[in-house]
Design a protein around this ligand. Structure first.
Ligand code: ZN
Length: 296
């Protein structure tokens, strides 16, 4: 792509609701001046000046727009995620740039399902990530890592609600049983829950029709199973082991949201995925968490 083509591609995606014709992000006015050389618009009504990326997740960008399109295309192609180091080599930018850029993309695609509720036939399960304690070299120095005083306290539980033939909503808690109140808020009454034998789900029987499967007996009892939920965890675990090597900590929810997005759109071709991710990024407001991250 030439710079001109990349700019037009960006414009068509950002203002897709107006057939690619830009309008003022502040007042919605379509009458604009365009400074051809600086590629800036100025609103005739409120005099607000804006560029192709201002007010989006790519605000204050320093790279050419073409590189952002390339970054999105590379990012969506990784079935189990794409590491920041790899992206930095692909784009020929610093690791820090690639790290923040991929987190901005995660925030954008994760925001699509933010605040939404699940309904219908919903599978619920939890899995633990992070807080690995390495055993000491000498056998005499090794401690029992099952005891809580020998753990790091960094382990977190990803709990998901996955609609059958629908969306995947991930949450992060300290333990599986901490998820119960969130589930009652984010799951519509009248839904059917499928869960495993973990006793923390017992209280959900009061509110929902709940079907349980005992994994020590079988993994699926007719249609009663949590296999869709396990599929999600499989992808997240493979992203942890194979791609990122370490995904726990404060950004675990970002990785979980990314993998939920990938899982939900696993049958969508990558051209469509590219458009969806670009659309989410350009419709997302400036990231409060990631803008100026390395400048604190
Ligand atoms: Zn305006």
């Amino acid at each position: 792509m030439s710079d001109e083509e990349a700019f037009d591609a960006f414009r068509m995606i950002r203002w897709s609701d107006n057939e690619g014709e830009p309008y003022c992000p502040r007042c919605g006015c379509v009458a604009l001046y365009f400074a051809t050389k600086r590629r800036l618009w100025e609103c005739k009504a409120c005099k607000h000046q804006f560029s192709i990326t201002s007010g989006t997740i790519f605000a204050s960008r320093k790279l050419p727009v073409r590189d952002y399109l390339l970054a999105i295309a590379i990012f969506v192609n990784g079935a189990k995620g794409h590491s920041a180091l790899q992206l930095s080599r692909d784009l020929d930018v610093q690791y820090k740039t690639a790290f923040v850029l991929s987190h901005k993309l995660r925030e954008a695609i994760g925001s699509v399902s933010k605040g939404s509720v699940a309904s219908g036939h919903v599978e619920i399960d939890g899995a633990y990530f992070g807080g690995y304690v390495k055993p000491a070299n000498n056998k005499d120095n090794r401690r029992d890592r099952r005891l809580s005083e020998n753990q790091s306290g960094k382990r977190r539980c990803v709990v998901i609600m996955r609609e059958r033939h629908g969306r995947t909503l991930p949450f992060v808690f300290k333990s599986e049983d901490a998820a119960v109140s969130t589930i009652s808020q984010r799951l519509l009454a009248g839904s059917t829950i499928y869960a495993d034998e973990a006793s923390c789900w017992d209280v959900l029987h009061a509110r929902y029709l709940t079907k349980r499967v005992n994994h020590s007996v079988c993994y699926s009892d007719d249609d009663c199973n949590t296999n869709m939920a396990e599929s999600f965890f499989s992808r997240l675990r493979r992203a942890e082991i194979g791609t990122h090597h370490h995904i726990a900590g404060p950004y675990l929810n970002a990785y979980a949201a990314e993998m939920a997005w990938r899982e939900d759109h696993r049958r969508v071709d990558n051209g469509e995925l590219y458009l969806m991710a670009a659309d989410a990024a350009l419709k997302h407001a400036v990231s409060r968490q990631w803008k100026g991250y390395w400048q604190r």
